[in-house]
Write a protein that binds this ligand. Structure first.
Ligand code: GLU
Length: 434
């Protein structure tokens, strides 16, 4: 008897944490609440193409290690598919599929003429030398070359990849194709056709969304405190811009642990400290904090900026914040989400909150096509227009449907995609009503 119970509980936990199952469930409910037929769900539930590749790399000791990588392309009805490449030991095919669906929704919410894509390699990049990492990056691009390109699918950075990795990847792609094709990926070094403002774009977008949420909730950000989980590109840029708006950041963590200062951390000093790859845990001007204690801090704004499945049925009850701004993709499990809902916490969902990255990637791709480049102020202004209007559309849907922000964001994205299905003749009027 006990065995069966344990198995059922294990299944629930796995289901609760499998991002592909989570996104399908949310799609299904949002489609039905919008009053659409389930045919819409059948179109959206599967990526149009998923490629698995083997990536043999000669390691420094002379041995070959064969890594596994994926690229998922969800939907290309609005434009080429678009999304990052992550290097992480927990990458799996379901995660990559889910992430590509989220990318389609992000693009749809922000009205970008792009679809959703995502790639990943199962690897812990910290265990690799720089030469091994470069070899892996180049080999992965070689393997996915047949399905990518500026008109087909445009990669970008994601967890543990950065402009330097993008530089190796574009070099490999150009070598294979025989000429310079800057629009084949985004998040490149500026000198190779990267956009001004791209590196900071996701964090900048997160803070724009926090600003809009605070305005809606009547909160004065200069009186607010915040804590952040994750201090990579997105976490650190979010901290920088929150600090600039006068928010007191009392705690941050990274993969090694965290730090706390009730009077507020000196963010410019901390950013300078971690610049050369140091962990926040080595910063001695604040008290140490463990990842678990981070959740229970009495702050106004909590920003998960790490990986999936962090706000769970175990950690959600601890959260005291009024706003949760999902800078990471998929940081909240459905059970965690339910608890946030019961506690009436205002959640800015990932597919809206972190869409600043893909938005400036879109601008980068446009600039590459024109071969003419904008100043940073122009990029930032265009980013702000898109994100604020995305926020307003989601808020309007939330009020119309009397739903939560997450559901409303799914609904805005789905409605946009349904318009394109209809225009392409994929669905008939009968599919639009139950
Ligand atoms: N990896 C980022 C994301 O999850 C950016 C994708 C892009 O710039 O294409 O949104």
């Amino acid at each position: 008897m006990k065995d069966i119970k344990d198995k059922v509980e294990a299944d629930i936990t796995t289901h609760d944490k499998n991002p592909y199952e989570i996104v399908k469930e949310l799609l299904k409910h949002s489609i039905s609440e919008l009053g659409f037929d389930e045919n819409i769900y059948h179109i959206l539930k599967k990526p149009m193409r998923v490629l698995e590749v083997s990536i043999p790399v000669r390691m420094d000791n002379g041995d070959i290690r064969n890594f596994t990588g994926y690229r998922s392309q969800h939907l290309d009805i609005l434009g080429p598919t678009k999304g990052g490449i992550r290097f992480h030991p927990n990458v799996d095919v379901d995660e990559v599929k889910a992430l590509s669906i989220w990318m389609s929704l992000k693009a749809a919410i922000l009205d970008l003429p792009l679809g959703g894509g995502k790639g990943g390699v199962i690897v812990n990049p910290r265990e690799l030398s720089e030469r091994e990492l470069e070899e892996l990056s180049r080999m992965y691009i070689r393997k996915i070359t047949p399905i990518i390109g500026p008109e087909k699918d445009v990669p970008a950075p994601d967890v543990n990849t950065n402009p330097e990795v993008m530089g190796w990847m574009i070099d490999e792609y150009d070598t294979l194709r025989g000429y310079n094709i800057p629009g084949m990926l985004t998040g490149k070094p500026i000198i190779l056709g990267g956009s001004q403002g791209r590196l900071a774009a996701t964090g900048r977008g997160v803070v724009l969304m926090v600003r809009e949420a605070a305005r809606f909730l009547g909160m004065d950000l200069r009186q607010c405190t915040a804590s952040l989980q994750g201090f990579g590109n997105v976490g650190s840029m979010t901290a920088k811009f929150l600090d600039e708006l006068g928010v007191k950041i009392v705690a941050v963590t990274d993969a090694n642990g965290g730090i706390y200062d009730g009077n507020g951390l000196d963010i410019p000093d901390l950013l300078a400290f971690v610049k050369d790859g140091r962990s926040v845990t080595e910063y001695t001007k604040a008290k140490p904090l463990n990842n678990q204690d981070l959740f229970s801090l009495p702050v106004d704004i909590f920003v998960p900026a790490a990986i999936e499945n962090q706000i769970t049925k175990e950690t959600a009850p601890l959260i005291q914040a009024k706003i949760v701004a999902e800078a990471a993709n998929g940081p909240t499990t459905p059970e965690g989400d339910k608890i946030l809902e019961e506690k009436d916490i205002f959640v800015i969902p990932d597919i809206l909150c972190n869409a600043g990255g893909v938005t400036v990637s879109y601008f980068e791709w446009v600039q590459n096509a024109m071969n003419y480049y904008w100043k940073e102020e122009e990029v930032n202004q265009k980013l702000e227009e898109r994100m604020v209007s995305g926020f307003e559309n989601v808020l309007r849907m939330r009020q119309q449907q009397k739903s939560r922000m997450r559901k409303a964001a799914y609904m805005v994205g789905i409605q946009h995609l349904v318009k394109a299905f209809k225009a392409r003749g994929w669905i008939k009027n009968a599919d639009l009503t139950k």
